[in-house]
Design a binder for this molecule. Sequence first.
Ligand code: NAG
Length: 331
Amino acid sequence: MRILAFLSLLALVLPEAGTASLPKEDRKRREEQLPREGDSYAALPVGNNVLNPDNYGDVIDLSNYEDLTDYGDQLLEVKVTSLAPPTRISPTESSTAPRTPSANPVMTRPITRGLLGSSANHGLPTCLVCVCLGSSVYCDDIDLEDIPPLPRATAYLYARFNRISHIRTGDFEGLTKLKRIDLSSNSISSIDNDAFRMLPALQDLILPGNQLAGLPVLPTGIEFLDVRLNRLRSSGIQPDAFRAMEKLQFLFLADNLLESIPGPFPLSLRLLHLQNNRIETMQRDTFCHPEEHKHTRKRLEDIRLDGNPINLSLFPSAYFCLPRLPTGRFT
Ligand SMILES: *[C@@H]1O[C@H](CO)[C@@H](O)[C@H](O)[C@H]1NC(C)=O
């Protein structure tokens, strides 16, 4: 009986081991697909499907993993009957079936789900499913659907390449040490307005490759904000969203659906990337104060407006305070 129990445990563990080698390859491919600054508009269509995690499975070459998976199947045959009844598989889960192409999608998914569930329900350490190193928590590429409960001391959170779709008000509650949140390449379409507001230490908020149409209230200490490759519309950004952010230096808003330039901006700003949006016009005072003819924005050296239907020659009095002209069409 003990041997049977051991075998069934082995059968539970091995398919996980088989898939555990997948993410590395998976991640490499994903990183190859991640856009770089300067990529052309054609390569980065808005609402970019390339970054949609649901599609990743399609491009993974599973031929290298057949042996491992078959091994798991043989073990499964030994003791399949002693396993718990199959857990319900939702449509989204079954869509990941290509990653574990054997006849046991039921085997691999609920294990992960079970661990995550228990960490959420019984307060077991998130560090069982994520890797915790010092004050950093790494939860990349583990099919998370929600932000897991985080240790109080978390300063850096990486939860890239998951399936998170919604950020809730309580998700980061009490995390006063949190400096960086990186949720690149999830499916985030909504963020509760207060979800980030009470994070006094937050400096870097990194959200490219999601489906955001708007921004929540942001803490004023943010220095680096990256919301590239989303579905941001001008109506989704509050008129004074950035004004009070007096430490903001880097603002990446490229590859969205913005119809206008979302100022005013704090004087701390050094980089403003707005390429590949739908901006057609700008105000005379978007960057410079029309009456104060001195160089008030020495720091703002990198403005990109290429890939927008705006003729920058039409606004000759808008740039006098800048150390450099914006990148874009001047004809
Ligand atoms: C852009 O504006 C300038 C200045 O008014 C004008 O001379 C030029 O023809 C415009 N270019 C286009 C492509 O509309």
